[in-house]
Design a protein around this ligand. Sequence first.
Ligand SMILES: [Zn+2]
Length: 137
Amino acid sequence: MVPAPPQSASQAFSRGIRLKCPMCGAGRLYSGLITMHKNCAACGFHFERAPGYFLGSTYINYGVTTLLTTWIYMVLRFGFAVSKSVLIPALATFCVIFPVVFFRYARSLWLSFDCYFDRTGAMEGVSEGEKSKDKKL
Ligand SMILES: [Zn+2]
């Protein structure tokens, strides 16, 4: 399989949410709970494209957490008349736990959509992965 950036936003989302390599869709991003592979085992794509690259994933994590919290509050408060004294502590707890659980997915989605939008830069990551493979040999 020749590695290529995702062809559509839905393919980028699919590869991202399944924690798969954005270039081939086959290799796994994580070797453990939070430990990422440096390169894709299937195509050699180098995942961390620059130092601090995954800092941008916090935008996704924060955005999804904020949207979900707001949506849940609106639905439960105005749709089901749940009291604020129940909702606020529950949603505060949600705001602490959800970003930790979503951390891996935020990174994966960030990487996948970055490869989708920056196709030329993503192809450079494939050759970088090949170079780091050569260094090990
Ligand atoms: Zn790959």
